[in-house]
Design a binder for this molecule. Structure first.
Ligand SMILES: *Cc1c(COP(=O)(O)O)cnc(C)c1O
Length: 324
């Protein structure tokens, strides 16, 4: 409270007072020389082996990134994509038919909702818990109809949603769960990586995310059927000929696809950046804690409450303005 009193006594910078923070904003994305060098080496390999830079072929950085994610998250199937949005879109295409309903959150980046529309589905908004800012399982349950097929949940700001509650509702009603982990790479729930609880985890490696590899994304999934359906929606026929096994699905391999494969330059960058994701997340956790400590006594704002069993990788620190 002493801290709050000092703040009140000062004239705010917006009213002409001195700025509390005068250092320049740090540069972002934060690329190390060795990461830039890794990309250069990939390009040099691409001079003599065109398949190296071609995500339709095997053996390049895209495939290495998928294998690394498989190992780190302990999931059987990974698809490296052009972004988090594309990953969400092909996840929806894998589980929704035209007109199917998917329950979504009203509080996120818009693609947590538009992925359902893009797949021909109907997004149905449930409510969030105003303190955790994530989907309220009880509200989800009230929105279920005979047409409901899926729940799309976001781990907003990197704070894991109430996955125990959400998975229990999904199980009771036989619904697919798509986790939007775009802001949550490295966040843990009950000590386990987010993205591994539902049927799909969709990650963004976009320029503003925890792994900022240019523009790219990752889809992880457990079921062979989901994997193959996602491949058919967005991957090159050359890959699909090699990776789709089901004879009925093989018939659908075609060039009528979304060009959602990852580019090898971003994949190479992502592989290097993932080497220090844990270290970066360690500092995110430290910084979030330090900032929260200092903001604690300030009247009129309330921190996002952590649901139980969460260890977030703090993509953002969200505070709610409390006018009263
Ligand atoms: C960034 C983001 C996306 C989209 O990811 P892109 O890589 O930009 O396509 C989707 N959902 C959320 C919550 C995001 O923050």
């Amino acid at each position: 409270m002493a801290h709050a009193a000092t703040l009140e006594a000062q004239t705010l910078a917006i009213h002409g007072g001195a700025k509390t923070v005068s250092a320049p904003k740090p540069a972002w994305p934060y690329l190390l020389d060795e990461e830039i060098e890794a990309v250069r080496q990939n390009l040099i390999k691409g001079r003599t082996d065109w398949t190296y830079l071609c995500a339709a072929a095997k053996g390049g950085p895209g495939q290495a990134l998928e294998e690394r994610m498989q190992k780190e998250l302990g999931v059987p199937h990974v698809v490296a994509t052009a972004g988090g949005g594309p990953a969400l879109h092909i996840a929806c295409m894998a589980v929704l038919e035209m007109g199917d309903e998917a329950i979504v959150t009203p509080y996120s980046w818009g693609q947590t909702v538009s992925c359902v529309l893009q797949a021909g589905g109907v997004p149905i908004f449930a409510d969030i818990d105003p303190e955790t800012l994530s989907l309220d399982p009880q509200s989800i349950e009230k929105k279920i109809t005979p047409r409901t097929k899926a729940i799309v949940v976001v781990h907003f700001g990197g704070i894991p949603a109430d996955m125990d509650g959400i998975m229990a509702v999904a199980k009771r009603h036989g619904l697919a769960v798509i986790e939007d982990c775009a802001q949550a790479q490295g966040s843990l729930y009950r000590g386990k990586q987010v993205g591994t609880f539902g049927d799909f985890g969709c990650f963004s490696l976009g320029s503003g995310k925890n792994v900022a590899a240019g523009e790219a994304g990752l889809l992880v999934t457990h079921a062979r059927e989901h994997y193959e359906r996602a491949l058919l929606a967005g991957m090159h026929p050359a890959r699909n000929n090699a990776d789709v096994q089901d004879p009925e699905r093989k018939k659908w391999i075609d060039s009528l696809i979304y060009t959602y494969r990852i580019n090898a330059i971003s994949a190479g960058l992502a592989l290097k950046q993932m080497d220090r994701l844990d270290e970066m997340n360690f500092w995110r956790r430290k910084n979030a804690q330090a900032l929260a400590e200092r903001l604690k006594g300030v009247p009129g704002i309330r921190p996002q409450r952590l649901p139980a069993h969460c260890d977030p990788a703090w993509h953002m620190l969200s505070w709610t303005f409390v006018p009263e």
